[in-house]
Design a protein around this ligand. Structure first.
Ligand code: HEM
Length: 355
């Protein structure tokens, strides 16, 4: 009796295994015009039908959530492999590269000193409103950067160290901070733009400054106005990069409501590009996420260099954003044209007050 049952189960298993192997080895049947050649299986395969099953299209379902029309979303696999592949890998290299570049610069050049030494006399460089704008933008950017990097790399870097529970709680808190502080960053960005744009327009002295490498190598200090050419480049990178990250961030914050890419591609196509202008709602989100990440990692790498030069890298620089006052010798060395203007202005004011 038992032997017969075992024999039956074994026979069934054998049939199952044979059937699975046969199915696995059945050659794929190519279809033409939506038909399986020779109608071997007596059925037809409609390419459009299966494309809709795989991708879904807007308006396929009668309920308000169009996304429920997407049954299989093939592009998700591509997006995930790009995000977790090249974007994460090159992003990590870019950040590591920025840290190594800064460390190498410090090792070779050391701290940039005030050659004449601090004079003890200071002049005003940034008013309170300018410092407020800078620190609103900078403080929120640093937290946005750290919480964003946690979303990208935290599971590999932080989770093994602090454990899944603490990582889960921290990431949830970080996600809220990321969403809300985005608005503080945008306000800071707009304020800084309004306050500083006039000082960041190109000027002929910028060419001299660039030609002399900004005086970074050696001890020559090319003349500069309030912002030198390097700072102007930083300003525009922050403004344009910040705008781009903000726009893609808002688009991610309100899923499927504010697609940007098909419209942007249509404009780029007018100037000779050949980019797809028909994107599914899901593809829009995927491109938005990739773009947001790439731009953010790029700007973080740039800001690593800025933070270094604005603090440890240059004697007397931090005071400009700390107290708003800089030593007059620092001003004459790094921003000679601006220092002249300020000193002349003050002399004129003293003169007219004495009269
Ligand atoms: C968190 C550490 C940071 C420090 C210590 C720092 C320091 C400074 C200092 C000292 C200046 C004035 C330079 C001068 O007087 O010529 C400055 C200017 C500026 N900072 Fe920052 N900063 C920081 C973060 C940021 C961040 C995160 C951003 C943007 C996202 C930013 C954007 C700017 C811009 C656009 C300027 C004006 C142009 C320039 O001077 O390069 N800063 N920063």
């Amino acid at each position: 009796m038992i032997a017969r049952r075992i024999a039956t189960v074994l026979a069934l298993l054998a049939v199952l295994v044979t059937a699975s192997v046969a199915v696995m080895h059945t050659p794929a049947i190519a279809q033409t015009d939506g038909k399986v050649p020779g109608e071997t299986l007596g059925t037809s395969s409609d390419a459009d039908f299966w494309r809709q099953i795989r991708q879904g299209t807007q308006g396929q379902v009668s309920i308000p959530n169009n996304q429920s029309g997407v049954l299989i979303q093939s592009e998700g696999d591509n997006w995930r492999s790009v995000r977790n592949g090249p974007v994460s890998t090159y992003g990590a290299w870019a950040l590591l590269g920025a840290v190594i570049a800064v460390a190498a610069f410090f090792a070779i050049r050391g701290r940039i000193r005030i050659h004449g030494g601090p004079s003890g006399v200071t002049i005003e460089r940034f008013k309170a409103v300018e410092r407020f704008a800078h620190w609103l933008m900078a403080g929120s950017f640093v937290i946005l950067g750290l919480t964003g990097l946690n979303i990208l790399y935290g599971r590999y870097v932080l989770k093994p160290v602090i454990g899944p529970d603490a990582f889960g709680a921290l990431t949830l808190f970080g996600k809220y901070a990321h969403n809300y502080l985005a608005f503080a960053f945008m306000i800071g960005l707009v304020l800084a733009f309004v306050l500083w744009v006039a000082h960041n327009l190109p000027h002929k002295s910028d060419l001299v400054w660039l030609a002399k490498g900004g005086g970074m190598i050696g001890s020559a200090h090319p003349p500069a106005r309030k912002f030198n050419a390097g700072q102007k480049i930083l300003f525009w990178l922050v403004m344009l990069g910040g705008l781009s990250i903000s726009m893609s961030g808002i688009s991610l914050m309100f899923p499927f409501e504010l697609p940007l890419f098909a419209k942007t591609f249509a404009v780029l196509n007018l100037v000779g590009f050949d980019l797809p202008t028909s994107l599914t709602a899901m593809q829009e989100m995927q491109l938005g996420q990739l773009w947001h990440t790439i731009m953010a990692v790029f700007l973080i790498a740039v800001i690593i260099a800025h933070i270094y030069i604005g603090s440890l890298g240059m004697e007397g620089a931090f005071d400009a954003m700390g107290t708003g006052q800089v030593d007059v010798n620092w001003a004459r060395e790094h921003h000679s044209l601006w220092a002249e203007e300020v000193e002349e202005g003050e002399a004129a004011r003293r003169h007219s007050a004495a009269e």
